[in-house]
Design a protein around this ligand. Structure first.
Ligand code: B12
Length: 211
C-alpha cells in the first residue's frame, strides 16, 4: 500500500479531517484512482475504527470524530466515484421504525456503512412501513436496515417486514435489524435476515448479506 494511503487511514483513525482531505487530494494528484483511495485509505481506516469500537478501545465520540474525517475524504471522492462507475459495496436503506425517535445508534451505523463503502439512504426516524416500502421501490437497495431502541416499537419491525412481503419486494432485499432491545432470536422470529449488536458488526453483517 502506498505511504499516502497508509497516512490517510491513520489520520482518519485519529479523526484529523483537514489532514484526511489534504492527503486525499495529494493521492489524487499522485495518480491514484478514487477507488484505490476509498479502499486502501478511507475504508481501511474506518475498518480499524470499527474493530476497535467493537473491542472497546474506542467509544462513540471517537467514532463520530473519525466518521467526520471519513466524510472529509468522501466529499472529495464522491463526484469522482459517481463518474467512474466504481462498484460500491452495495446499497442500503436504513431507518428507525415507526413510533421511535432514537437515532444516535442508527446514525453511527450509517457512518460505519458509508465508511465500509456502502451507498446509504437514510430514511430517518419514526419511519412507517409504507415509507420503507416506497423507498425500496424507488431506490432498489440490496439491503434494508431497521433500528429501534424501544421495546414498545419492536413490533414496528415485524410490520415493516410484513409490508415488504405484501408489496412483493421482500425477495429483492435482505433485512437486518439492530438496536438495544432486539436480538438474533427476535430477528429469526420476525423473518429478518440478520441482527448485529453494534455499528462495526453491522458492516460485517451487511457485507455477508450482500455477498
Ligand atoms: C439518547 C436517548 C434518548 C433521546 C434520543 C435522542 C436521539 N436523537 O436519538 C431522547 C431524549 C429523545 C429519548 C427519548 C425517549 N426515550 Co430514550 N434513551 C436514550 C438513551 C439515553 C441512549 C440511547 C443511545 O443513543 N445509545 C447510544 C447508541 C450508540 O447505542 P444504540 O442506540 O444501542 O445503537 C447501537 C446498537 O444498538 C446498534 N444499532 C442501532 N441501530 C441499529 C440498526 C441496525 C440495522 C443495526 C444492524 C444495528 C443497530 O449499533 C449502534 C451503534 O453501535 C437510552 C438509554 C441507554 N443508555 O441506552 C434511552 C432509552 C432507549 N430511552 C428510553 C425511553 C423509555 C424513552 C422515552 C419513551 C422516554 C419518555 N418517557 O419520553 C422517549 C421515547 C421517544 C420516542 N418515541 O422515541 C428507554 C427505552 C426502554 C425500553 N426498553 O423500551 C431507554 C433504554 C432508557 C431507560 N433505561 O429507560 N431517549
Amino acid at each position: 500500500m502506498s505511504d499516502t494511503l497508509k497516512q490517510i487511514a491513520e489520520k482518519l483513525y485519529d479523526g484529523k479531517n483537514t489532514e484526511v482531505a489534504a492527503l486525499t487530494q495529494q493521492a489524487l494528484g499522485a495518480g491514484l484512482t478514487a477507488a484505490e483511495i476509498l479502499d486502501g485509505g478511507l475504508v481501511t481506516g474506518m475498518d480499524r475504527v470499527g474493530a476497535d469500537f467493537k473491542n472497546g478501545d474506542l467509544f462513540v465520540p471517537e467514532v463520530l470524530i473519525a466518521a467526520r474525517a471519513m466524510h472529509a475524504g468522501m466529499d472529495i471522492l464522491r463526484p469522482l466515484l459517481a463518474e467512474s462507475d466504481v462498484p460500491l459495496a452495495g446499497k442500503v436503506i436504513i431507518g428507525t421504525v415507526a413510533g421511535d425517535l432514537h437515532d444516535i445508534g442508527k446514525n453511527l451505523v450509517v457512518m460505519m456503512l458509508e465508511g465500509g463503502g456502502f451507498d446509504v439512504v437514510d430514511v430517518g426516524i419514526d419511519t412507517s412501513p409504507e415509507k420503507f416500502v416506497e423507498a425500496v421501490k424507488m431506490e432498489k437497495p440490496d439491503l434494508v436496515g431497521l433500528s429501534t431502541l424501544l421495546t414498545t416499537t419492536m413490533p414496528s419491525m415485524e410490520k415493516t417486514i410484513d409490508a415488504l412481503v405484501e408489496a412483493g419486494v421482500r425477495g429483492s432485499v435482505k433485512v437486518m435489524i439492530g438496536g438495544a432491545p432486539v436480538t438474533q432470536a427476535y430477528a429469526d422470529e420476525i423473518g429478518a435476515d440478520g441482527y448485529a449488536s453494534d455499528a462495526a458488526s453491522a458492516v460485517d453483517l451487511a457485507r455477508a448479506l450482500v455477498a
